[in-house]
Design a protein around this ligand. Structure first.
Ligand SMILES: Cc1cc2nc3c(=O)[nH]c(=O)nc-3n(C[C@H](O)[C@H](O)[C@H](O)COP(=O)(O)OP(=O)(O)OC[C@H]3O[C@@H](n4cnc5c(N)ncnc54)[C@H](O)[C@@H]3O)c2cc1C
Length: 454
């Protein structure tokens, strides 16, 4: 069996993990850091992130929006840390060379995410996440971490799925969310909540698992675009949603509702029998100005033209799809979990957004909390002696792929934006009939929590 030794082990090389690694590299170069990743980070998909730079905006106003959107379930301290961290992280990225789009008069070109009181999403074209991933490129091992080791209640290392044993003084969990457990999801690759399971099995608390963000407008047609999230910000720019009878789901003059409300509205319309032939609602883009769209979203423009060369005829059928999970590992504002030596950041954590997330805030949290996790782990490691992990047999029983398929079908039919108690209970019953693999337990916990937070 292979054995590795490091000071800090980072699980996940999306932007949360890469920011933690960058912080460690820059402020604690004497420490050894090992990053492991199993591929498929969602961070490449980040178009932009929230920052209160619009005239009249402020961190206080931003915080208020987060708390309103969180519906009483956001942790105010974490939300404040997020709101106050936005502008410093934007400046840091600019110093590193990312050029954010500006308007002709030199202001930031901020996109109006649904649910925000002001336009707040700063972006570099639509590839902010990809650029940041390149900028924070890091050496990593292609290993899936499957078990955390502890001695006397303190983290001592981890096991990878190939049996590699890693001795570490601290572990940062940055393995993303679990929206990939649904079949109809915007990103199914490796977003299965491994880090939540690792944390919970190590004794850390999870929080808010029933808070799941469904992207309201995910394509079901054209078929080759199935699962593609068609951006909602264009609802502010002339795009509209129509049912089978051609009626608009968005009354004129009324503000565009936040994503959770929009997802419910679309689903109710579908459930009422008003869907189009492929089971979705019409996302009619004919009201968009092509030139403005092409200028603002060049990559999407290219993609859309490949789907339908005549922009005026472009239309999708859409329905809500599991997108990001807002619940996860409970942390404090230093990214510490309740287990000494265990830290977490990014979509794997819960409590920052509460019930609903404002568009652009997941892209922000990976920078703000990734950096904090790196700093806190460094502080901890500097004052901690290495404890050798106990001698353990390789303890891993993987969740088999056929069980993932069963979980996906059950979640699709039982857990949607409407959180119908009858469906959730049925889902729990069905999941309980499956063998109790870790991801089955996670799915049951999510449904249970959704029942208690309708
Ligand atoms: C299609 C799409 C578009 C989005 N657009 C935006 C946007 O424009 N703005 C915004 O704010 N948010 C957006 N989001 C949300 C945002 O992308 C995510 O919340 C964020 O990227 C999560 O980053 P992360 O670093 O926490 O996790 P990820 O980027 O998902 O990375 C997690 C990594 O951990 C690895 N991993 C998982 N388990 C293990 C394990 N056991 N061992 C080793 N490695 C492991 C995975 O392989 C993965 O590479 C979007 C999400 C999607 C799906």
């Amino acid at each position: 069996m292979k054995t590795l030794e490091t000071d800090v082990l980072i699980v996940g090389a999306g932007l949360a993990g890469r920011n933690a690694a960058a912080e460690l590299r820059e402020t604690a170069p004497e420490l050894r850091v090992l990053i492991t990743d199993s591929g498929g980070a969602a961070s490449t998909e980040i178009m932009g992130f929230s920052a209160p730079v619009h005239p009249g905006d402020s961190p206080e106003l931003f915080l208020r929006d987060i708390l309103v959107s969180g519906g009483g379930l956001a942790d105010p301290e974490l939300a404040r840390t997020l709101a106050e961290g936005a502008i410093p992280e934007l400046r840091r990225l600019e110093r590193c060379g990312i050029r954010f789009d500006r308007t002709a008069d030199g202001r930031y070109d901020t996109v109006n995410a649904v649910g925000s009181s002001l336009p707040r999403v700063v972006h570099s074209g639509t590839t902010t996440g990809k650029q940041a991933m390149r900028l924070l490129k890091t050496d990593m091992r292609n290993l899936r971490i499957v078990h955390l080791m502890k001695k006397d209640g303190i983290i001592t290392g981890a096991f990878a799925d190939d049996g590699t044993r890693i001795s570490a003084k601290a572990v940062i969990l940055a393995g993303g969310g679990f929206a990939g457990l649904w079949k109809f999801s915007t990103w199914s690759r490796n977003r299965r909540g491994d880090c939540l399971i690792l944390a919970s099995d190590a004794g850390a608390e999870l929080t808010g698992l029933g808070c799941v963000q469904f992207e309201p407008t995910v394509a079901v047609f054209p078929e080759h675009c199935s699962g593609f999230p068609v951006i909602t910000t264009i609802l502010h720019e002339g795009a509209t949603l129509r049912n089978r009878q051609g009626q608009s789901l968005l009354p004129r003059e009324a503000p565009i509702p936040r994503k959770s409300e929009l997802a419910k509205r679309i689903l109710r319309e579908i459930n009422a029998g008003n869907a189009l032939p492929h089971g979705g609602i019409l996302y009619d883009l004919s009201g968009l100005n092509e030139e403005i769209f092409a200028g603002k979203y060049p990559e999407y423009h290219i993609k859309f033209k490949q789907i339908e060369p005549d922009f005026k005829r472009l239309a999708f059928e859409v329905k809500p799809g599991a997108h990001t999970t807002l619940g996860g590992i409970r942390i404090n504002s230093r990214c510490e979990t309740s287990v000494p030596g265990l830290f977490a950041a990014g979509e794997a954590v819960g409590g920052i957004h509460g019930r609903d997330r404002i568009g652009g805030n997941a892209g922000l949290e990976v920078f703000v909390f990734g950096r904090i996790a790196g700093k806190s782990a460094a502080d901890y490691v500097r004052k901690t002696k290495r404890i050798r992990p106990p001698k353990l047999d390789f303890p891993f029983r993987p969740t088999p792929e056929n069980i993932f398929r069963e979980i996906a079908v059950i979640l699709d039919s039982s857990f949607d934006p409407l959180k119908d108690p009858g469906k959730l209970e049925k889902g729990i019953d069905l999941l309980k009939q499956l063998p109790p693999f870790p991801h089955v337990r996670l799915a049951i916990a999510a449904l249970d929590d959704a029942l208690s937070h309708p």
